[in-house]
Design a protein around this ligand. Structure first.
Ligand SMILES: *[C@@H]1O[C@H](CO)[C@@H](O)[C@H](O)[C@H]1NC(C)=O
Ligand SMILES: *[C@@H]1O[C@H](CO)[C@@H](O)[C@H](O)[C@H]1NC(C)=O
Ligand SMILES: *[C@@H]1O[C@H](CO)[C@@H](O)[C@H](O)[C@H]1NC(C)=O
Length: 436
């Protein structure tokens, strides 16, 4: 009679031995991407307080914001107007030039060898096993089916490929993915429902993610939070993570955001799990990080779409100081650059339809609601644009706008073959000043 009980005990202790792992990453860099860093540092604070040890939290971010010369609070990052530092203590596992698409994918897959070959040293990876739960949070720039890394665009297919690899190689019991980026709903359209992954995104497949806390009196010209990120981190700060479920948090997020449109993907049966199953189970109490809990922003404090953040903030300044010629010039220059982005895409479309089929060119350059049907073509197009037009892909001011318009390449790929579209991208790049 004793044997089955022992077996049972063995099973129970084994099931309970599951560990929590987490990965936080962004490909964004530069002062104007402040919110991506502060969002993820706040996420780290949530996981840290909840009890995941640093050796099981992998953080990948450029890390050029806290000590940026433009930061009026050197060495500190804030995620709302209350100015509670979220930077302190956040481990910086991969920073600066180490932050690449390949590195993120390798660290996620737990591929230590690959990581070593990429950064030239041993590095922390998600070294999880079949009993472990993995949590991933991202705050980044993105476009249809793509996330921006400092070196290139990472396609949704690559990211989903890494997740599928983790599933096939038994790297997790369950995995939860919180993703904030523009058009983030386009990343998980093909996420299977039966591989133990639940994902929630800040927006649907053809809308931007919105940033908030954009009018800090001391930290000018940037947004210091993301609607979606601050919604879940502030909620986590407030609730009892031992009992509050993913489902309850998803509803809280939907309620807290104003303009973003969160979407759920994958295995929704995971929603019944309490947060602790993914955030770590130490903290019994609420109010872990009280100072960061804030009420919804006031009406005057409009959130702004991440991909046109510069335009929104500049327009608002012009409204406030209409007589300021310098501001008006800056606005005009920015709008001219955005027109260049439009021209780039029209040039590409014209290259494919040189006979001047205006209706066709219009349709291809304006519709943003098509799904990606030709992934091979689209991935090749993303690579072509990353290498033939790095200037536009990485431009501080119009890059977000450029990414949002990647739908033009999606549309072209849905009609043409990869070589035709890459050739068009290269031709348009040669004629676009911003590409060089
Ligand atoms: C944000 O980060 C991206 C990716 O690293 C970079 O290309 C871009 O220039 C940054 N944007 C701004 C406004 O600094
Ligand atoms: C700042 O913190 C206080 C108290 O902790 C809170 O009442 C207030 O709503 C917070 N304000 C913001 C904007 O976060
Ligand atoms: C919320 O959205 C409404 C409608 O788009 C807008 O009028 C309001 O200013 C927004 N509030 C914030 C805080 O963004």
């Amino acid at each position: 009679m004793k044997l089955p009980i022992l077996l049972l005990l063995g099973f129970v202790s084994c099931a309970a031995s599951g560990k929590n792992w987490a990965m936080l990453f962004t490909g964004a860099k530069g002062w104007f991407n402040y919110s991506t860093h502060s969002n993820l540092c706040h996420a780290y604070q949530v996981l840290h307080k909840a009890g995941i040890p640093d050796e099981r939290i992998v953080v990948v971010m450029y890390n050029d914001i806290a000590d940026n010369p433009m930061n009026p609070f050197p060495g500190k990052l804030f995620n709302n107007y209350n100015h509670t530092d979220v930077y302190k203590g956040t481990p910086m596992d991969y920073t600066g030039k180490e932050v690449t698409a390949e590195l993120v994918l390798a660290a996620l897959k737990g591929d230590k060898e690959k990581v070593k070959s990429l950064v030239g040293r041993e590095g922390k990876v998600i070294d999880s096993g079949p009993e472990d739960n993995v949590f991933v949070a991202v705050s980044d720039h993105g476009g249809p089916g793509s996330l921006l890394m400092p070196d290139r665009l990472m396609s949704a297919k690559e990211l989903n490929g890494a997740l599928q690899y983790m599933h096939d190689n038994k790297k997790y019991a369950n995995l939860v993915f919180y993703l904030e980026s523009c058009e983030s709903g386009s990343i998980f359209l093909d996420l299977p429902k039966n591989i133990g992954i639940y994902a929630i995104t800040a927006s649907n497949k053809d809308n931007p993610a919105y940033m908030n806390y954009c009018y800090d009196p001391d930290i000018k010209d940037v947004c210091i939070g993301g609607e979606f990120s601050t919604a879940w981190t502030q909620n986590s700060d407030k609730v009892n993570i031992r009992t509050f479920t993913l489902k309850q948090q998803s509803l809280a997020i939907e309620k807290a955001v104003n303009d973003s449109r969160p979407q759920l993907f994958g295995d929704l049966s995971l929603l019944k799990h309490p947060l602790k199953d993914f955030f770590g189970g130490k903290s019994a109490s609420k109010q872990m990080f009280t100072d960061l809990t804030s009420t919804k922003q006031g009406f005057k404090d409009r959130s702004v779409p991440f991909h046109t953040m510069h335009l929104s903030l500049l327009k608002r300044k012009v409204e406030q100081r209409p007589a300021d010629i310098d501001l008006r010039l800056r606005l005009a220059r920015l709008q001219a650059m955005m027109a260049d982005v439009d021209r780039f895409y029209r040039l590409a479309a014209k290259h494919v339809y040189p006979t001047g089929d205006v209706a066709k060119i219009d349709a291809i350059t304006t519709s943003n609601s098509e799904s990606i049907r030709n992934w091979d073509c689209y991935e090749a197009a993303l690579q072509a644009v990353s290498s033939s037009c790095p200037g536009l892909v990485q431009d501080q001011k119009v890059q977000g706008y450029f990414l949002s318009k990647l739908s033009v390449l999606v549309n072209m790929c849905n009609r043409e073959t990869g070589p035709v579209v890459t050739e068009a991208v290269e031709a348009a790049s040669r004629l676009t000043g911003l590409c060089n």
